[in-house]
Design a protein around this ligand. Structure first.
Ligand SMILES: Nc1ncnc2c1ncn2[C@@H]1O[C@H](COP(=O)(O)OP(=O)(O)O)[C@@H](O)[C@H]1O
Ligand SMILES: [Mg+2]
Length: 317
């Protein structure tokens, strides 16, 4: 135990003796100790109280947990790698789309520069006009650069960000972001969120993105229904088993054809005139990087349900 920590333990014990609040006794806490050679070692410490002849005694049990820490670190690195691989797979699949995107500014550059060459050859060279075209070339080159840059950001292995999050609050946040869409499109939303769910350790921004994607897709599917029909959406959370929370987003919208079921999770598949077809494939790769699963069931008559699971982690105090 470092001097500061042993002082803190002493302080905790003192406040325990005064208040008799069981904030120290019986709990396992993690502290950092020092080995003889001066290197740090993670320790679990638990205190037990007993009394003999009216006097209080405390026994501390200290356990070296460096092996567990090491395994946790390895697990974390492994997950980061997995997330990286998931992104790489997605990039692979996105290849044709990116080529298409970069090709547009490149074609424009080729056309504009050809025009410049023709201009230079002309008798009365209009410098102003030439400058205008060169400016357009410059802009298109910047655009191509931005596309590449965005991809580079996406592929490079980022440090995983995880924070303890209440999934129900996250869903309520996503719902309130979509409130106007619900209202404008006459959609009635029901939330059936299980109480007392444990917090989950997730990238809250990414998971909110997944929820928003699913809500958006349901809204789109509901908008295909005739005006007068009841448009309904239901979002549920529950413990699927001891280890996983499940989130369901259900709508009574147009449903998904048998023929399309195989394709909807692949990048760039869309049935919408201005769709990107990326929402579901990105959502799935986010959920898989969180060690969960994303799936769906759909019936053209009844609508669609998307489900995803997220693991509940062992709490480390
Ligand atoms: N809730 C839903 N109901 C019906 N079809 C859906 C639903 N969610 C997704 N789809 C189908 O899956 C396709 C792919 O969805 P997505 O990857 O989010 O891309 P996008 O929304 O840009 O089309 C959609 O175009 C649609 O055909
Ligand atoms: Mg979508």
């Amino acid at each position: 135990m470092t001097p500061a920590q042993s002082k803190k333990q002493g302080h905790d014990l003192k406040s325990y003796l005064q208040a008799k609040v069981p904030n120290v006794i019986g709990l396992i806490r993690e502290i950092e100790g020092l080995r003889k050679d001066g290197s740090a070692v993670p320790l679990d410490i638990s205190l037990v109280e007993f009394s003999i002849d009216g006097a209080n005694y405390f026994t501390g049990i200290v356990r070296d947990v460096s092996l567990r820490k090491h395994q946790e670190q390895q697990e974390k690195e492994h997950l980061e790698e997995l997330a990286h691989v998931a992104r790489l797979c997605l990039i692979g699949e996105m290849g044709s789309g990116i080529a298409h995107e970069v090709n547009q500014p490149l074609t424009a550059i080729a056309n504009y520069s050809q025009a410049c060459l023709r201009f230079i050859g002309a008798k009365n060279l209009d410098l102003e006009e030439l400058g205008g075209i060169l400016f357009k070339i410059h802009q298109q080159a910047l655009k191509a650069g931005q596309i590449i840059h965005r991809m580079k950001d996406f592929v490079s292995p980022k440090k995983m960000y995880r924070i303890d999050t209440d999934i129900n609050t996250l869903i309520e946040d996503a719902v309130s972001l979509s409130a106007t869409d619900f209202k404008q499109n006459n959609i009635s939303l029901e939330l059936d969120l299980a109480k007392n769910l444990p917090d989950i350790n997730i990238d809250n921004v990414q998971i909110e993105q997944v929820i928003l994607n699913l809500i958006r897709n349901s809204i789109d599917a509901l908008m295909d229904l005739p005006q007068k029909s009841q448009r309904q959406m239901l979002i549920q959370t529950h413990m699927k088993n001891l280890k996983q929370i499940e989130v369901k987003v259900n709508d009574n919208g147009s449903g998904i054809d048998e023929a399309q079921k195989e394709k909807i999770l692949t990048p760039f598949f869309t049935t919408k005139p201005s769709g990107m077809g990326m929402g579901l494939s990105i959502s799935r790769s986010i959920i898989e990087a969180h060690e969960g699963d994303l799936s769906f069931s759909s019936n053209p008559e009844e609508g669609t349900t998307f489900y995803f699971t997220l693991p509940v982690k062992r709490k480390i105090k």
